[in-house]
Design a protein around this ligand. Structure first.
Ligand SMILES: [Zn+2]
Length: 256
């Protein structure tokens, strides 16, 4: 408890305008139902699976997390099971009785040693209690999030994003070590969301910057949506939004 008190400055009580991620890790596909549960950073309100919470701690220095875990409830033996037929698949009611039920448990985790404090508990500092309550009561940003909200150019981009056609180029996007596919530039790179091409950015008036390869590619193909790769590591909020957009797309895969 003393350890937690020493980190209170790294705990924020979310305000109504804060977006709170609590349904899916912003990097992996972990959810509260995954084996390690989900860790909500109580300062940035981004969510991480067990495999990435340490990484976030090292990047952000945020040590306090609300851990959300959903366990499958055992099915009572006397629960009558409907026998679904093929015709019932995908029809409301077809598999009702086989839907597992989950119960959710919470705790406060302090990194780096994964010190686990029970929640709810009257012994927790009030700020932590208020913050955790607010996180749990707020609707998750994943559900609220519209594709349109991920950039300031809302209307234009959402129109592109909603009917973006993707080409199955078999491309797997690596998590780092990117290089322009037409020259050797390794910074100022853009990922085209249609075909997965990674190309360098605009050449500046003074000769710095990229070699215009992303723009030339756009002029040739008219594939409209690109994201700047360099922003991923410095801007977690941007990363979360970008991953959530890319995840909606079936053909491009980001591998971690
Ligand atoms: Zn280039």
């Amino acid at each position: 408890m003393e350890l937690l008190r020493s980190h209170l400055s790294r705990v924020r009580i979310p305000e109504p305008t804060n977006r709170i991620y609590k349904q899916e890790c912003c990097i992996s596909f972990d959810t509260p139902r995954s084996e390690g549960g989900l860790y909500v950073d109580m300062c940035s309100f981004l969510a991480f699976g067990r495999g990435y919470v340490q990484w976030n701690y090292e990047k952000s220095g945020n040590p306090v997390y609300l851990h959300i875990q959903q366990h499958r409830k055992p099915v009572p033996e006397d629960r009558p099971l409907k026998k679904p037929t093929l015709l019932a698949i995908g029809v409301d009611g077809g598999f009702d009785n086989q839907e597992p039920e989950y119960e959710e448990t919470h705790s406060i985790i302090v990194l780096p040693d994964h010190v686990c404090l029970p929640f709810p508990s009257v012994e927790l500092p009030e700020k932590v209690r208020l913050a955790a309550d607010a996180i749990l009561m707020t609707e998750g940003a994943e559900r609220k999030e519209q594709i349109a909200s991920w950039t300031s150019e809302k209307k234009r981009v959402s129109a592109y994003a909603l009917d973006l056609q993707q080409i199955n180029s078999g491309v797997v996007i690596p998590p780092s070590g990117w290089k322009c596919q037409k020259c050797d530039k390794t910074d100022n790179l853009w990922l085209n969301l249609t075909d997965g091409m990674i190309l360098c950015g605009r050449k500046n008036w003074d000769g710095t910057g990229g070699n215009n390869h992303a723009i030339e590619h756009y002029n040739m193909t008219k594939y409209p949506l690109s994201v700047k790769l360099g922003t991923i590591t410095v801007d977690l909020e941007g990363a979360a939004q970008m991953y959530s957009l890319i995840r909606r797309m079936t053909l491009l895969r980001i591998h971690y």
